[in-house]
Design a protein around this ligand. Structure first.
Ligand code: HDD
Length: 694
């Protein structure tokens, strides 16, 4: 059977993997089309009918089976994180953690563990656009030798709420309103901000959400966080608290809001296309796994409760220790089979890792397993190839819809008196999963510890850790979102909370909205003003060191200087960047030196928002031609407004003038000799000193 399966898999692109089928049938050297029952099909164009112009016959089982299957192709989308994109990879352990955990994955340096990652937005439907202002999901499945370990995280290290009982309210509030069914994939509406205004614990997270973290340039350029405090357990059962971080080797990068809005129109699949292109071109993205380890003593002395998911532990207080690297190197074969059917669960932890009492995590541990039944329709979803552990599985769970295993033997219960193969598996206290022996006390209550009561101090810490540009973006984002709220009282209540965060933030937003500053909101605990800034919280302080992995767009025309185009292309490509050409049409054109080139985009379909930097290299005639096209003028004006570096060819001047651009130090003259200098400047990604308001 195993051999037959292998042959089956080898059948090629037209084949299917992992269905347990037999050898494909062949016809004239090609794979024969069959029904799902394996019956060869003679005609896939015409249904069986009574006479050439007569009605179709019920007897046409091939047609009925085909349409039956099609009618049921869709499954319910995820109730949150519906829009996502997945890829395969490998996690390599670079530092042993054998001193603090028995988890096999950290037992020795060099251990490789297969991985699957799904990135997502939270609020939008499966078909929504990629650059919504939203939190990004960062869910990692590690197929360890002791079973699957899922780190179901986000690209933001804190969460909106402290208790899972509020999750349905949060999600209802952010999704489209139930009566009108809009707005889609965004938080800029009354319901969301109304909810937040009654939930001061959410304010810290909204600072992150209104920062550029919520409009990442790519999945490749964002961090991931496990959010909660977990426990590592050593062989003696001793616990060490741990928080998980994924740090992109590519550095952090976001787009600006005006750009995000335009990208959503120009390429709604911007993020998934980026990941697909990077992996298929061999530019494999990597993240370092970091752990913050701390003990009870630290937890007791820390200013906030380590069980409160609306708080983080600054890296300056507990450094992030890098212990492994995750590299994504394979796109999926099939989006539905893998990315849509992958099922993550915070409860999936191998021996050596355990939960904390974080009330958000505790609720999640119920929700994830539960939701898979609605979504995947059977308790047997663990048998799907993307979900199946790579280590042996042996249990007495039996039957259920779509049971794909054929258990042998008599025993389906334990203990039993059978022997040998009949006996079945047994639990083992020494090697099996154990839970931390946490001393617990107290009566049953519906109360929150007062250690969860400070809702503003870390929000302020986040604010003061940002650069001026980042603060400006946060003010603009709150202003934009609240300006979409029709209810004046909602705007007032939010600004009242912001007064407890920082006066500059509150004033900036109030000015942007054209309103008087309201009184500060009542605070359960007086906000602290003594927390120091933390550089790790800023994107711009943690940017990349080069233009590698980024994309340059060259706007050119027939007769463009071939030597300059070649020099720029060579320099950027050698530095690990991608170069794409934009021309008036996609058809082949000839450069000044006779080189034929084919554009990757026609100018109407390749706006500058798709690129990290642009070069304007038209011929003199071409520049005159482009001046007359609004899309070419927008190309230049947007690149300038989004503070991108612009390489200016000798004949491109008229284009700048037509776009209304007054060149500054971020607009660099570009000839063949200047390609390297231009590349180095582009490594800064944006010319933030540019004085523009998009
Ligand atoms: Fe959740 C999906 C991350 C709180 C209930 N969540 C989901 C996904 C991610 C997160 C990345 C997508 C997984 C995938 O790609 O398939 N969720 C988080 C984080 C949270 C969080 C970082 C807070 C720290 N979630 C949270 C709570 C609950 C849920 C408090 C419920 C009480 N989340 C779900 C869910 C989903 C889900 C309903 C939808 C689809 C799925 O699980 O498989 O169970």
């Amino acid at each position: 059977m195993a051999e037959q399966q292998q042959q089956h898999d080898d059948a090629g692109a037209a084949g299917t993997r992992g269905t347990g089928g037999e050898l494909h049938q062949e016809v004239r050297g090609e794979v024969a089309l069959t029904t799902a029952q394996g019956i060869p099909v003679s005609d896939n164009q015409n249904s069986l009918r009574a006479g050439r112009r007569g009605p179709t016959l019920l007897e046409d089982m091939a047609m009925r089976e085909k349409i039956f299957h099609f009618d049921h192709e869709r499954i319910p989308e995820r109730v949150v994180h519906a829009r996502g994109y997945g890829a395969h990879g490998t996690f390599t352990t670079t530092e042993s953690l054998a001193d603090v955990t028995t988890a096999d994955i950290f037992a020795e340096v060099g251990r490789e563990t297969e991985a699957f990652v799904r990135f997502s937005t939270v609020a939008g439907a499966k078909g929504s656009f990629d650059l919504a202002r939203d939190v990004r999901g960062f869910a990692v499945k590690l197929y360890t030798r002791q079973g699957n370990w899922d780190i179901v995280g986000n690209n933001i290290p804190v969460f909106f709420i402290q208790d899972a009982i509020k999750f349905p309210d949060l999600v209802h509030a952010v999704k489209e309103a139930p009566d009108r069914a809009f707005p889609q994939a965004q938080s800029a509406h009354d319901n969301f901000w109304d909810f937040v205004s009654w939930m001061p614990e959410a304010i810290h997270m909204t600072l992150w959400q209104m920062s550029d973290r919520a409009i990442p340039r790519s999945f490749r350029f964002m961090e991931g966080f496990g959010v909660h405090t977990f426990r590592f357990l050593d062989a003696s059962g001793k616990a060490t608290f741990v928080k998980f971080h994924w740090k992109p080797v590519q550095g952090l990068q976001s787009v600006v809001w005006n750009e995000a809005v335009k990208i959503n129109g120009a390429d709604p699949d911007f993020h998934r296309r980026d990941l697909w292109d990077a992996i298929t071109s061999g530019d494999f993205p990597s993240w370092d796994l970091g752990v913050q380890l701390f003990d009870e003593e630290f937890a007791d002395s820390f200013e906030f409760d380590v069980l409160d998911a609306t708080k983080l532990i600054p890296e300056e207080q507990v450094p992030v220790r890098i212990v492994g690297r995750l590299t994504l190197d394979r796109v999926v074969d099939n989006d539905f089979a893998e990315t849509e059917q992958v099922a993550f669960h915070t409860g999936n932890v191998p021996p050596g890792i355990d939960f904390s009492e974080d009330p958000l995590l505790q609720g999640r541990n119920f929700s994830y397993l539960d939701t898979q039944l609605s979504r995947l329709g059977s308790t047997n979803f663990t048998q799907l190839p993307v979900n199946a552990p790579r280590c042996p599985v042996a249990h007495f769970q039996r039957d259920g819809h779509m049971q794909g295993h054929v258990p042998v033997g008599r025993a389906n219960y334990e203990p039993n008196g059978w022997s040998g193969a009949e006996r079945g598996p047994r639990a083992d206290a020494a090697s099996g999963f154990t839970s931390h022996a946490t001393p617990l006390e107290g009566a049953t209550v519906r109360e929150r510890s007062e250690t969860f009561a400070d809702h503003y101090s870390q929000a302020r810490q986040f604010w003061i850790s940002q650069t001026d540009v980042e603060q400006e973006h946060i003010v603009n984002a709150y202003t934009f979102e609240l300006s979409k709220c029709d209810e004046e009282s909602v705007r007032e209540r939010i600004v009242a909370h912001l007064r407890n965060v920082h006066p500059d933030l509150a004033q900036g937003v109030a000015d942007g909205l054209g309103m008087e500053l309201p009184e500060p909101a009542d605070a359960a605990l007086e906000p602290r003003t003594d927390l120091p800034a933390s550089d790790a919280l800023s994107i711009l302080k943690n940017g990349p060191e080069s233009f590698a992995g980024r994309k340059l767009g060259i706007l050119l025309t027939k007769g463009a200087d071939g030597a300059v185009v070649a020099a720029v292309r060579d320099a950027f490509t050698a530095a690990g960047a991608t170069v794409e050409l934009i021309a008036p049409t996609r058809g082949p054109i000839t450069l000044s030196d006779g080189t034929p080139v084919t554009a990757d985009h026609a100018v109407d379909g390749g706006p500058s928002v798709l690129f990290d930097a642009v070069a304007l290299l038209p011929s003199a005639d071409g520049a005159t031609q482009l001046v007359g096209r609004s899309t070419a003028r927008d190309f230049v004006a947007d690149a300038f407004a989004h503070r991108k570096f612009i390489g200016l060819g000798a004949d491109a001047g008229p284009l700048l003038v037509a776009a209304g651009v007054d060149p500054d130090d971020g607009v660099l003259p570009l000839d063949a000799g200047a390609a390297e200098t231009f590349l180095t400047r582009c490594g800064e990604l944006r010319f933030w000193d540019r004085d523009v308001k998009p």
